[in-house]
Design a protein around this ligand. Sequence first.
Ligand SMILES: *Cc1c(COP(=O)(O)O)cnc(C)c1O
Length: 445
Amino acid sequence: MVSSIESSVGTARKIITELPGPKSRALHERRKAVVSAGLTNGFPIYIERANGAILQDVDGNQILDLGSGIAVTSIGHAVPELIDAVSAQVAAFTHTCFMVTPYESYVEVCEELAALTPGTHAKTSALLNSGSEAVENAVKVARLATGRQAIVVFEHAYHGRTNLTMALTAKNMPYKDRFGPFAPEIYRVPMSYPYRDGMSGAEAAARAIKIIETQVGAKNVAALLIEPIQGEGGFVVPAEGFLPALSEWTTQNGVVFIADEIQSGFCRTGDWFAVDYEGVVPDMVTTAKGLAGGMPLAAVTGRAELMNAVHEGGLGGTYGGNPVAAAAALATIKTMRDRNLAGRAREIGEIVLGNLRSLQLDVAIIGDVRGRGAMLAMELVVPGTKDPNAAAAKAIVSYCNQHGVIALACGTDGNVIRLLPPLVITDEQLADGLDVLAAAVRSAS
Ligand SMILES: *Cc1c(COP(=O)(O)O)cnc(C)c1O
């Protein structure tokens, strides 16, 4: 099959032109005439092919990928199992619309989701195309099933860019600015942010719950929606005990606990899901990104009594659970299992956290190093203060890019560098990437 064709992409970073090279620059000029200026490119090198943790651009440069297309290609690029599964499915059939005539792979993906998401209760799923759509559907189901309207979200949260999910997302620029009006009945409460609030998990949960009870009223709340480790908002890892305390409160108050695991799920943090770390069992889980190895697929998985409360025809969409994307998800999950990529994520975490913590001792701009598994970050500050240092983050990303490494910034204040390497990255590739990153940090200091 296709996967037996030898990949021409090497295994090491190799820069042979200035970056972006001449062919990428020419493509970027073409793009300007026809692609909306509202879409920006972090690093406008145009990619031709990829393998493992290496992207090859149109000028023949080999770039080390520490971003995985924002936590999507966790199993790496050009994985033979994925290529075979997708190719076979394209040859068999590409679309029927599950609501018109169903097919087995959709059911099989839902079986995997029921088995892998936390808790042994009966669960059902709906498959969608994007993370935003999964979050929207989780909110729809929670409102219908509870007969309540209020949705509680957190500071620094990111849940998407559609109209409802813009309202759920915290940060104005660039996600929301002038795109309103936004959906009503969304209430935002403080996140546990140990580096900045110094609170224990229990204290931070009590603070959030007090606000919900006094300003919204527990009986009005349909769902509490939270990223167990925040993504775009800055890789904020809540203090231990925060998620269990919130989960307990939702159970006591008939509120649906929705874990948005779109970025943190599927082995990224060293478990199948980030909530597994503290044994939290959400009522609903939204997934996307790492789920299907780069094919567009998302899901909402929840307690059967919630998900099945919806009237016939109440959920769906033309492409949701597309057979090619479903085949990709099954191959992705199998690859994660066969190669123990959760275990590999934990190894990556130990290597990177050790490395960044020793770098932190040497430079004054790293305020905090945090993360779990292969979802890792450093928060940059003005030396001697905790003031966010977005300029340093920008300089570090730019240095990494110039040296052929993809690193991403994030955070409400744009001052966090996040690392989301493919979980199949080799020790040599990781060490190379960390060397470039360290040089970037020193040069920005
Ligand atoms: C990316 C992301 C989304 C939105 O997913 P899209 O596929 O971009 O719509 C929602 N929630 C979280 C936590 C995300 O990281």
